[in-house]
Design a protein around this ligand. Structure first.
Ligand SMILES: [Cu+2]
Length: 480
């Protein structure tokens, strides 16, 4: 009796719920353009090739043979199946920068945290959906400094209900990067030696979409180097409006990005739509992403696109910058203009503009849609970032006084999920473990003179979401 009573009660509740949803369907207008999510499959083949992005030939660690790698274009709601085919000759991994990976933390691509490295001559398939994010993202190797050698590309997640979709006609991806003529293994072994005194290796050049010129007089005479290798060129159709998606994929450098005589309206910061905000120069730090709308409303001509490397910020004044042209350029070519180099002046050098040139001030950015922030955090985590010399005079990065030591073939996710561990050695730098519903404030303090981007790797999520874990993979191939 009791059982049937409760059943009938449940039935009534179900009917009520059904009536409710029927009422909702009747009340809401039927959207003709509702997007049906798709599964999108990509193949990223990693291998080395000799390329000369700025005329100086070097071994580039490519994705599908090119630098930069292919742009992956998907739509919010899609499932991504990404085959990473590793023929680099050493292990690798792929990180998809900016995605929350809720419930698929084991596809976040961080060796030692969320997976084992992908061995050479092995294919690993990442498989995750993007249910609630859109905007400008990028992917890059998360193994050692491989992305500095070239393993990177853009990911664009379109929003079928993009609030600005009627405000631009076309999209352009602009990848900015510092560029080194030595491979990252050489750079790292120098950096992690007493000789560097903790000063990061100086880049040799900067690139816009993988291109720039280089002064080959600065190269060793026997080295293969072509002067005037060529700049990236962006074709503008007069009257059209362009959404530029700008990503700084550098190892070390920030840029000031601008197009001569063209204002930019900033509309997106790292997947968050903002109120439309007019600027002239965009300051963009390592790993940051922005969208700006630029209108081709000038007389038909050519204009410089600029990405000024902030070389003054590299070191203190006692360390000279050598053999580097920090004025990185590309060309904005209006359809119908000649093919000569532009003669335009930058915002700060143009006497008509220099006194009212608007640089991005991040405190002026406002989200387009307000999000409710929980009133009070259950826990506050303080992370203090600093750099110090160790006993061997090697400069190390520290969080709360502790250097991170990776246990690369026993990732933290495995320790939590398979070994049920909840205490870790100091050098695993685990500063908090939380329950699913807890609200956490993370307070990051940068104790270094240099600027440092911080990156929410979803290992925090793993601990939060471990109840939902349904088995990714073990590191069975790790010791082959
Ligand atoms: Cu990243």
């Amino acid at each position: 009796m009791i059982l049937s009573k409760s059943l009938s009660l449940r039935t009534i509740l179900c009917i009520l719920a059904l009536l409710n949803s029927l009422a909702f369907i009747l009340a809401s207008p039927i959207r003709k353009d509702a997007y049906v999510p798709e599964t999108k499959t990509f193949y990223l083949h990693l291998y080395k090739a000799k390329l000369s992005p700025d005329g100086f030939e070097r071994v580039v660690w490519t994705v599908n043979g090119t630098y930069t790698g292919p742009t992956l274009v998907v739509t919010k709601g899609d499932r991504l199946i990404i085959h990473v085919i590793n023929n680099l000759g050493e292990p690798t991994s792929m990180h998809f920068h900016g995605f929350f990976q809720r419930g698929t933390n084991w596809y976040d691509g961080v060796p030692g945290q969320t997976q084992c490295p992908i061995p050479n001559n092995t294919t690993f398939i990442y498989n995750f959906t993007i249910p609630d994010q859109s905007g400008t993202f990028w992917y890059h190797s998360h193994y050692l400094a491989q992305y500095v050698d070239g393993v990177l590309g853009a990911i664009i997640v379109k929003d079928p209900n993009d609030p600005y979709q009627n405000d631009y006609d076309e999209e352009i991806v602009v990848l900015l990067s510092d560029w080194y003529h030595n491979e990252s293994s050489t750079l790292i072994s120098y950096y992690l030696s007493p000789a560097s005194e903790g000063k990061e290796p100086q880049p040799d050049n900067g690139l816009i979409n993988g291109r720039n010129n280089y002064n080959c007089e600065w190269a060793h005479a026997s080295h293969k180097c072509i002067d005037k290798a060529g700049l990236s060129k962006f074709n503008f159709v007069p009257g059209k409006r362009y959404r530029l998606r700008v990503i700084n994929t550098s190892a070390f450098s920030n840029f000031i990005f601008s197009i001569d005589e063209h204002e930019m309206d900033l509309i997106e910061v790292e997947g968050m739509m903002t109120k439309r905000h007019k600027i002239h120069r965009l300051i963009i730090n390592v790993a940051q992403r922005y969208s700006v709308i630029v209108t081709a409303d000038k007389l038909i001509s050519n204009f410089w696109m600029r990405a000024d490397l902030q070389a003054d910020c590299f070191y203190d004044s006692s360390t000279p910058i050598v053999n580097l042209n920090p004025y990185v350029k590309a060309i904005v070519h209006y359809e119908g203009a000649n093919h000569l180099d532009p003669t335009t002046k930058g915002w700060a050098d143009n006497p008509n503009h220099r006194y009212h040139c608007i640089d991005l001030n991040v405190s002026n950015l406002k989200p387009l849609f307000l999000e409710n922030v929980p009133a009070k955090a259950d826990q506050i985590i303080y992370l203090n970032a600093s750099f110090e010399n160790d006993d061997f005079n090697i400069n190390r990065g520290l969080i709360n006084g502790s250097t991170y030591v990776v246990d690369i073939y026993n990732p933290t996710i495995n320790q939590v999920l398979f070994e049920n561990k909840n205490s870790f050695s100091l050098n695993q730098n685990i500063f908090g473990q939380f329950n699913t519903s807890e609200v956490i404030d993370i307070v990051v303090y940068n104790d270094d003179v240099g600027e440092h981007p911080f990156h929410l790797v979803s290992i925090l999520d793993i601990i939060v979401y471990n109840n939902y874990y349904y088995g990714p993979y073990l590191c069975t191939y790790a010791h082959m």
